[in-house]
Write a protein that binds this ligand. Structure first.
Ligand code: T46
Length: 124
């Protein structure tokens, strides 16, 4: 931050433990929507709320935790095999995702029972 404003940098190797392959953002929330409801088998992601606020619930199959994202200088890293749900987006929310892989629908687990089964198998 200087007298011209703020500049926030995301670089490979600086606070994130993966190489960046993809960036996308979610925006234009009209109110009341929830998103996510899936896990990734391999994908790692960094989520940063650039504007507004939202809540991200992470579930590793045994524990659930909810983080409020409302600060563009803070990020949430989500590793593989974490079920995520995103709720309570403010209408002005802009949620940036920095991802370790290109989009691959085959990496998604969109069924919670399947997620629990795969998470238990991974533990063994
Ligand atoms: C996540 C949260 C934060 C693509 O074609 N390319 C992409 O890179 C992405 C992310 C999505 N899509 C397609 C797949 C679906 O047809 O866009 C549609 C919406 O995707 P999805 O329902 O997965 O969106 P969200 O908001 O529930 O989840 C997304 C990411 O998929 C997910 O990895 O962690 O944002």
């Amino acid at each position: 931050m200087d007298d011209r404003g703020s500049l926030v940098v995301i670089e490979n190797g600086d606070g994130i433990n993966f190489d960046i392959q993809r960036i996308y953002f979610l925006s234009q929330f009209t109110g009341g929507q929830s998103r996510g409801f899936h896990a990734h088998r391999d994908l790692k992601q960094l989520l940063i709320c650039l504007k507004g606020r939202c809540e991200v619930t992470c579930d590793n199959g045994t524990q659930r935790e909810t983080a409020v994202l409302d600060n563009p200088t803070h990020g949430l890293v989500i590793g593989p095999m974490i079920w995520r749900e995103m709720h309570n987006f403010s209408q002005d929310c802009v949620l940036l995702a920095v991802a370790s892989q290109k989009y691959d629908e085959g990496d998604y687990i969109r069924d919670y029972k399947m997620f629990i089964k795969e998470a238990k198998n991974a533990e063994q």
